[in-house]
Design a protein around this ligand. Structure first.
Ligand code: AMP
Ligand code: MG
Length: 417
């Protein structure tokens, strides 16, 4: 194991190196919102699939670029959306939006730019009509054989519209990582209906992790709370592995206290501890280990904000590797108010992105950054990060900002100062 306190960047490198991309699986298009595409999707069809009318009007053709105003044409037929192949003999066809262009016709005049000639089945044009006007040509949106979505895309409703139009029924997505959550602490109470005895607190890390992990693209396969008891922890670990966990997140019992038993428990079961302690705040005692069967264990300190930071800045990057996503890049946002900190540690700050009075995006580092203070997290919609070697940032300085989850970034229309 790496002795001493590691820089965040070194620790992250070890986490990324220990993480491996998961295999692909097929998923029905309607069920794969939020999943990560494992392969490029190439269109097997053109869009639109045939030339069709953009207007309700009359389809016609001309031997010249422009069919001039006042031209009169016989009406040969009617073509509505859903009608099949029709063939023109040189006259005009009444046509509806989306209807297939009759063969031989190459332009459409809107109905309001025509008038009926009194004798009936004949129209007069009230405007010039150019070749191609109001025709949506086959393949003008998308050609057959084009790459429409790249591997690594997070599949969303806009993509679904496109694939539905193409008739794609299933796509290949990366398997969702399987995660277990183990909370430690004899002070913890899981049941909200249970009254607290003196010295007890409610378990807030467990519900937080159970809610956030799925948003990060993974499945929670096991969740359990144990007391400060190494044998109970080892049994819980075994149940997590039996449930198929590839990643185990524990909270608590990794610091220097008498009951901080996780490091020893891991040693006893033959886990390889890759590091313990990182130069970050909050969450410095964070531990990272590989269990004998290959599962990764993130031992997060129990303070709730240390758990949130451990998830956001260690576990989510590992999940990204497993999901086949590239490294995340922060957004650079100006600080609303000057911020000072001690050097040596990298700080992860509960932050609110807002739109200032001039309409500009700004990052407000919230008060109450201590790792036990969870109320400011409820007001935060982002994380700001100050590197270890930086100690003072004036108002207006650019700061690295991350969304609340690696697949989320707030567009804070609602956060006007
Ligand atoms: P530990 O890392 O076990 O020393 O815990 C650090 C602090 O976090 C203590 O104040 C614990 O009571 C608190 N804590 C530990 N686990 C949880 C949890 N699941 N939910 C809320 N607070 C916790
Ligand atoms: Mg504890």
């Amino acid at each position: 194991m790496n002795q001493g306190t590691l820089a965040y960047e070194e620790a992250l490198r070890m986490v990324l190196d220990a993480s491996a991309r998961l295999p692909a699986e097929d998923c029905a298009v309607a069920a794969c919102l939020g999943r990560i595409l494992a392969r490029d999707i190439v269109s097997a069809a053109a869009l639109p699939p045939f030339d069709n009318s953009a207007m309700d009007g009359f389809a016609l053709r001309g031997d010249t670029d422009v069919v001039p105003t006042n031209t009169e044409l016989d009406i040969e037929g009617e073509q509505a959306a859903g009608d099949g192949i029709s063939r023109s003999r040189g006259g005009a066809w009444e046509i509806m939006t989306g209807a297939r262009m009759p063969d031989g016709l190459d332009r459409v005049i809107p109905v309001e730019q025509t008038e009926r000639v009194a004798s009936a089945a004949r129209i007069r044009l009230l405007a010039d009509v150019e070749r191609g006007q109001n025709v949506r040509t086959a393949g003008s949106d998308l050609q057959r054989g084009e790459t429409v979505l790249a591997a690594g895309s997070v599949f969303g409703p806009n993509h679904l519209m496109l694939l539905a139009a193409l008739g794609v029924a299933t796509v290949s997505v990366t398997a969702r990582p399987r995660v277990a959550v183990l909370c430690t602490g004899r002070e913890l109470v899981d049941d909200p209906a249970q009254a607290l005895a003196p010295g007890q607190i409610r378990n807030s890390n467990g519900p937080f992790l159970a809610a956030r992990v799925p948003l990060a693209g993974a499945d929670v396969v096991h969740i359990e709370t144990v007391g400060d008891d190494a044998p109970a922890f080892e049994l819980a670990l075994q149940r997590a592995l039996d449930a198929g966990a590839q990643v185990i997140v524990s909270s608590g019992a990794v610091s220097m206290g008498r009951y901080d038993f996780v490091p020893q428990a891991l040693e006893r079961i033959g886990a390889e501890t890759l590091f313990h302690k990182v130069a970050i705040r909050p969450g410095k005692p964070l531990l990272f280990a590989r269990l004998p069967g290959g599962a990764l264990l993130f031992g997060l300190p129990g303070n709730p904000i240390a758990v949130a930071v451990g998830l956001r800045f260690f576990i989510e990057p590992a999940l990204r590797v497993m999901l086949g996503l590239p490294d995340e890049t922060p957004r650079r946002v100006p600080l609303a108010v000057a911020y000072n900190k001690k050097p040596r540690l990298r700080f992860h700050l509960k932050t609110r992105l807002l739109i200032d009075a001039q309409g500009c995006l700004a990052a407000e580092v919230l008060g109450g950054q201590e790792s036990y203070r969870i109320r400011p997290l409820a007001e935060a919609n982002a994380w700001a990060v100050v590197p270890a070697d930086v100690d003072a940032l004036p108002a207006g300085a650019m700061i690295d900002v991350y969304g609340p989850g690696h697949l989320e970034f707030p567009l804070p229309y609602e956060n006007v100062a």
